[in-house]
Design a protein around this ligand. Sequence first.
Ligand code: THU
Length: 134
Amino acid sequence: MTAATTALHDAAVGAMGHAYAPYSGFRVGAALVTADGTVFSGCNVENSAFPAGTCAERGALAAAVVAGHRSFTHIVIATEAEVPTSPCGICRQALSEFAPSLDIVSITTAGARAHWSLSDLLPHPFTPQSLHHL
Ligand code: THU
């Protein structure tokens, strides 16, 4: 692994360490990389009113957008699962708005790794153009 890759994995795992997941016990961290190489991280934040909880990926996306970034190259997702997990459907749609072909890397703390393109995980997203097809 390059130093940059290691740093990105560390950012995702570090974010996972801040996850608030008392209900599922499933901690998730995400590190989203902008076109200029800036990294924004997020973790899942659950809530006693379950649907109010948010995913790590959308946390990272919101942090990046509020900082003025709208162009992304890849995201690293970290969990403690046995098998690397892919982003949920809502996060796929949310990420697709800005980066339909985003590279997605999922790692586990045990060292497993998987890789997808968002366009393979969500081949037919709802797009801004969809709104004009009335
Ligand atoms: N979760 C994420 O943070 N990202 C995903 O892509 C899938 C699920 C969170 C939501 C919830 O806090 C926990 O994992 C279990 O679903």
